[in-house]
Design a protein around this ligand. Structure first.
Ligand SMILES: [Zn+2]
Length: 342
């Protein structure tokens, strides 16, 4: 009797999961989606190990003329040229000097930074923007719908808050894993306001000397987060680099002020447009291809390894797999929301 019950349960479970699972559309495969889910889970596991997000860490070369210059959470990258540099992200309001130290330790001058590209208006990414704009004299650029938040220090006049980072407050009870992780970012929502010099729209190109970066907007994590696509050359080879922002959406993607089904469908198309991606970066170091591509190790061990073995950054399957998994997740959320409306 007991055995029959177990077998019956298994059949129901197996049937249930097959019936509800979505398959991503080409060029993504079901196998990509399974691998992407594994990578997304690994990324969250590693993110939980970053307990001092604002802590200092040494800068290093990612590939070619691209450098990591941020803090333990990631956040800041520098793309250099003899005619001027581009800074991606600036980090928290109170880690500005750590980032400056990292840039100068590599031998680069703050005043050679000509453009500061902010992918969205959250404080971990943009908190030090006013400080860096003043110190470097660089032009600040961001997705058009982030501008008002940046120019008012994260909160619009009238007290309209910038979009929440991730799921809304949970009902009474223990917070979920993402909410526990995000608790580290409490108090960073407001920061010194910064004047934005250029509002970016989907497909806009930013040029500094020979550097060329294309901005792609994907609403969800905030109103118009920008992802950055560009090429770096190393050892006679070109690598397509993408810093994507950001996967983390509110749980209900149909009744949030900053996200709509049509916006999300634009993002699903965007994932395909960005392929292939050789080197994949996120704002958080835990999501880098170089971190996820290693067979084992803690977050600290993996970061250490990248300083001497940047080959781990190169893997075209990582962004493809993550995109496939996110498409499945998003389609499931949309289907669930539609079913609830009936
Ligand atoms: Zn954010």
């Amino acid at each position: 009797m007991r055995q029959t019950f177990l077998v019956a349960s298994f059949v129901v479970f197996a049937f249930g999961s097959t019936a509800s699972a979505q398959t991503p559309k080409p060029p993504f495969t079901a196998k990509d989606a399974v691998e992407g889910k594994r990578l997304a889970d690994l990324s969250l596991d590693l993110r939980e190990q970053i307990t001092t997000a604002k802590g200092p860490t040494d800068a290093f070369k990612i590939m070619g003329n691209l450098y990591f210059v941020g803090v333990q959470n990631g956040e800041v990258y520098l793309l250099t040229s003899p005619q001027g540099h581009i800074l991606f992200g600036v980090g928290f309001a109170d880690t500005a000097e750590l980032v400056q130290k990292n840039i100068e330790a590599l031998g680069f001058k703050m005043t050679d930074i000509k453009a500061i590209l902010l992918n969205h208006a959250h404080g971990d990414q943009s908190g030090a923007a006013a400080w860096f704009r003043q110190k470097t004299g660089a032009q600040v650029m961001t997705g058009f719908a982030e501008v008002q938040f940046l120019e008012h220090g994260g909160v619009l006049p009238g007290g309209i808050p910038r979009p929440a980072n991730g799921p809304p407050a949970p009902p009474p009870g223990p917070p979920n894993r993402l909410q526990r992780i995000n608790a580290q970012f409490a108090g960073t929502q407001q920061y010194p306001p910064v004047k934005v010099d250029r509002a970016l729209f989907d497909g806009d190109v930013i040029n500094v000397g020979p550097l060329k970066v294309t901005a792609y907007l994907s609403p969800g994590h905030s109103p118009s987060p920008a992802s950055w696509l560009y090429t770096v050359r190393d050892g006679g080879k070109d690598y397509r680099v993408l810093e994507y922002c950001c996967w983390e959406y509110p749980d209900d993607i149909t009744s949030n002020a900053y996200i709509t089904e049509s916006g999300v469908r634009h993002n699903l198309e965007l994932f395909r447009k960005l392929l292939p991606v050789d080197i994949y970066l996120e704002t958080g170091a835990n999501g880098w291809s170089g971190i996820l591509n290693q067979p084992s190790g803690t977050m600290t061990e993996r970061m250490e390894k990248l300083r001497t073995q940047n080959k781990y950054f190169v893997n075209r399957e990582i962004f493809k797999a993550l995109s496939a998994a996110r498409e499945v997740e998003i389609e499931e959320k949309l289907a669930k929301a539609k079913a609830a409306q009936k």
